[in-house]
Ligand binder design. Structure first.
Ligand SMILES: Nc1ncnc2c1ncn2[C@@H]1O[C@H](COP(=O)(O)OP(=O)(O)OP(=O)(O)O)[C@@H](O)[C@H]1O
Ligand SMILES: [Mg+2]
Length: 236
């Protein structure tokens, strides 16, 4: 479904992503992990059209090279950001409505907005201002707004960051529902290995922009190269 082939991104002297290739299959939850500065967010920025790149990225056999972000969103790729981004002066319902209005091929549908509000557990807070929400609800809203575009692929960038154990369980639950009930393929960048081994079917590890390994999450997290470059003693 999403095919990355020999993709490289340079910022001046720095090679942030180095000749990277992998493929995400339809229906998967696909994980990406690696140390700080490995190039994970840069990868999302290339896939979503924010950064140009060398190499090839195709989605359902269509090349994404040179397409602007709104065209890539319309094709069915949506994402969230590492730092929660919401419209502070819009209420929850309108924030989701904006995504639905501008991103969805089908245009604005109140019924779909209501479904997303239920899905993200925000129905009771539909009139609350986005800026007033707590961190968990802000994250739920950011995921809801990304879902409002009716994506085929949803890319999440460290959705668990800053969350406590209870919040992590809620977010994992939401991600599983999105994958299984809404049939959305998920790519998730995450530092918590337990989250990745529980949620994903395939896990890619990158370090300084280079692929270390890719495969089922249990084998991957036990790979000596991965333990050496990334996990160290902090595996649990
Ligand atoms: N717009 C940019 N201009 C210059 N350098 C950049 C830019 N964006 C990212 N980089 C650099 O590219 C490298 C990869 O950054 P990136 O944000 O993709 O890492 P990451 O794997 O997401 O890290 P983290 O786990 O800390 O979020 C870093 O060295 C970063 O400083
Ligand atoms: Mg990042």
């Amino acid at each position: 479904m999403l095919k990355i082939t020999n993709v490289t991104k340079k910022f001046g002297e720095l090679t942030a992503v180095n000749n990277l290739s992998f493929e995400v299959a339809k229906g998967q939850v696909f994980g990406i992990a690696g140390p700080n500065g490995a190039g994970k967010s840069t990868l999302y920025n290339m896939i979503s059209g924010l950064y140009s790149f060398e190499g090839s990225i195709t989605f359902n056999n269509q090349s994404l090279g040179g397409l602007p972000p709104h065209k890539i969103a319309k094709l069915g790729i949506s994402r969230t950001f590492q730092i929660p981004q919401t419209f502070p002066s819009l209420n929850v319902e309108k924030s989701i409505g904006v995504g639905n209005h501008f991103g969805s091929k089908d245009g604005f549908e109140q019924k779909y907005v209501d479904k997303i509000l239920e899905f993200t557990n925000l129905a009771d807070k539909r009139k609350a201002m986005a800026g007033q929400l707590n961190l968990l609800d802000k994250k739920m809203l950011m995921i809801g707004a990304a879902l409002a575009t009716k994506p085929e692929i949803l890319m999440l960038d460290e959705p668990m960051a800053g969350s406590n154990a209870t919040e992590i369980i809620k977010l994992m639950d939401l991600i599983q529902h999105i994958n299984q009930d809404l049939k959305v393929t998920i790519i998730i960048i995450e530092h918590f290995m337990k989250v990745l081994t529980q949620l994903t079917q395939e896990l890619l590890i990158i370090e300084t922009g280079t692929k270390i390994c890719c495969g089922d999450p249990v084998t991957t997290t036990n790979d000596p190269r991965v333990i050496k470059c990334y996990l160290g003693d902090s595996r649990d």
